[in-house]
Design a protein around this ligand. Structure first.
Ligand code: ADP
Ligand code: MG
Ligand code: ZN
Length: 537
């Protein structure tokens, strides 16, 4: 039977979604292939159809033990012989299932990655495996946002399978770096990437608001709609659930501290629309296939843009317009920083986490189209979406070139050794103890933005970082440096615009002597290199 026919007879669909046909053809031609499709794009079919067309068995490796049963039940309902093996089964049951797989009575066998790395490997190796599908394949890369050590051993184990099966790896979130990593580790040369764009999602960043009030208003306005509210801790999940109950909203909750039965029950309540809103930690959602989720709201900043996109992407799987909202508070980023610092990870992975968190902060502070920002991060280009909160922000852009030059001058003059809080204090002319205790060799920018609150200056710095005028080194206390684009601003060849402009500050003449020296120096440099002189405060 042709793949197209199977699609109709077994799954009841008329046509393939983008990318599915190509992946299936690759697999049937025994080419290993990496499949990158957005959440809800239809990755499962890419290996389920070949599984039916190949002689032997398809092994599906998935970290989602809790969902294996559901997935297998769904296949069985379509008349597809599939089963799973995991720790919820007795020894005898497992033995029985392996027997059926060996005899060809099932076409798909779902296992967790751990199972390949255990004593059970010899049992697996005896099976007639033609195809291995590695789901959530980003878990194999340390550069991914959900690295799992059990996936590392996987690559070796797959190599040891005597049947030399074809491998298909599938994920919804992979930067080019993660994609390369997956391909290298699993020996894959083909890639089918349908892009990350989700045309029905409207991204929003809401800043500086009382988030409880925002949530209550939003739920009221969207009553009867299905949605997810993500909070960062179990305690917050409990608190918000209570708050929503108090206001008579139909909600349920999910986090790792609940019993298995409670989680199961609450998840089902949400899936079957007995409760409209799910309040959860990030423990909830992977592999959940609920089509009518109209909104996903993050009450605090997640640790990475990959995680954010994956979680937000649970909205609108049915293709109808849906919202992905981030409630951004600067303090949340600091809390996340603290979590990373306190974790017992090694230094290198902490550094990676800090970097990822910074991307999140850039996302929250950019004035670029949010969808474009996300696509760019994943190595793609795309037009402005016209739907996100930045595209819809009708405020006029204001020229903040002079304020920017002040910030950049301060960073530059302090030899690019300090973070945003200290830079803001210097610019605001803070009398704080911290400033007095530091020994700066050049304080000529001290107080040149006097009259501005430190908070506003920090916001400007965040914006300049998001927009690429400043870069940070990504450590625990990120140090600001002037980016090439910022140098152009100092050279006066690049103007800076911002919608939420801070009030223009009067420039104060400071430290004339040094200023003059620098000007001379810059002029010299400019003559030598043919660039206009620096504007420097
Ligand atoms: P992913 O794993 O990529 O997030 P799934 O494989 O769970 O997505 O598929 C999401 C939904 O899309 C499922 O309900 C699936 O049945 C449906 N689907 C997959 N392929 C097609 C298709 N060609 N036509 C219509 N619906 C499809
Ligand atoms: Mg999937
Ligand atoms: Zn947009």
């Amino acid at each position: 039977m042709a793949p197209q026919e199977l699609l109709k007879t077994k799954f009841g669909y008329d046509s393939f979604r983008p990318g599915q046909q190509t992946v299936i053809d690759d697999i049937l031609a025994h080419k290993n292939v990496l499949t990158i499709m957005p959440t809800g794009g239809g990755k499962s079919l890419c290996y389920q159809i070949p599984a039916l067309l190949m002689n032997g068995l398809t092994l599906v490796v998935s970290p989602l033990i809790a969902l294996m049963k559901d997935q297998v039940d769904a296949l069985n309902e379509n008349g597809i012989p599939a089963t799973f093996v995991n720790s919820s089964l007795t020894f005898d049951e497992i033995g029985d299932r392996f027997d059926r797989a060996r005899n060809g009575d099932v076409k798909l066998l779902y296992v967790s990655p751990e199972r390949l790395d255990s004593g059970a490997f010899s049992q697996l190796a005896a099976l007639p495996i033609d195809l291995v599908a590695v789901d959530e394949a980003h878990c194999i890369s340390q550069w991914g946002h959900d690295f799992r050590p059990s996936y590392l051993a996987l690559a070796q184990r797959l190599n040891q399978l005597p049947t030399k099966p074809t491998i298909v790896a599938l994920t919804a979130t992979a930067t080019p770096r993660v994609a390369d990593d997956i391909k290298e580790r699993l020996g894959i040369h083909e890639e089918v990437n349908t892009g990350f764009q989700r045309d029905n999602l409207a991204f929003k960043v809401i800043k500086d608001q009382n988030s409880d009030q925002y949530l209550l208003d939003y739920l009221k306005l969207n009553e009867g709609q299905s949605g997810i509210v993500y909070a960062s801790t179990r305690k917050e999940v409990e608190r918000l659930t209570k708050l929503f109950h108090k206001h008579q909203f139909s909600v349920t909750m999910y986090h790792g501290g609940l019993s298995r039965e409670e989680r199961r029950k609450n998840q089902d309540d949400f899936l079957y629309d007995r409760a409209f809103v799910m309040v959860a930690t990030n423990a909830f959602g992977m592999g959940i296939d609920k089509s009518n989720v109209r909104f996903v709201i993050h009450d605090s900043v997640p640790g990475s843009l990959e995680a954010y996109y994956q979680e937000a992407g649970r909205a609108g799987r049915d293709g109808l317009p849906s919202e992905a909202i981030l409630l951004y508070k600067i303090g949340d980023v600091q809390t996340q920083h603290f979590f990373i610092e306190q974790s017992d990870r090694d230094e290198a992975s902490k550094q990676r986490e800090y970097k990822k968190l910074q991307v999140m902060s850039q996302y929250a502070n950019t004035e670029q189209c949010l969808q474009q920002f996300i696509l760019n991060y994943f190595g793609e280009d795309g037009p402005k979406c016209g739907r996100c909160s930045n595209c819809l922000d009708t405020r006029e852009s204001q020229d903040v070139t002079v304020d920017t030059q002040k910030v950049l001058s301060c960073v530059y003059r302090m030899h690019e050794r300090f973070g945003k809080n200290l830079v803001a204090q210097v610019l605001a002319g803070s009398q704080g103890q911290k400033i007095k205790n530091f020994h700066f060799d050049d304080l000529s920018t001290y107080g040149i933005m006097k009259g501005q609150s430190q908070k506003k200056i920090v916001e400007l710095i965040d914006y300049l970082t998001a927009a690429g005028y400043l870069i940070t080194d990504g450590g625990q206390f990120p140090i600001l440096k002037v980016a090439p684009l910022g140098v152009a601003v100092l050279q006066g060849t690049q103007q800076v615009f911002r919608k939420s402009a801070i009030q223009a500050t009067k420039s104060l003449p400071v430290n004339d002597e040094l200023f003059e020296q620098l000007r001379q120096l810059r002029r010299q440099l400019a003559e030598d290199q043919g660039v206009p002189p620096f504007v420097i405060f």
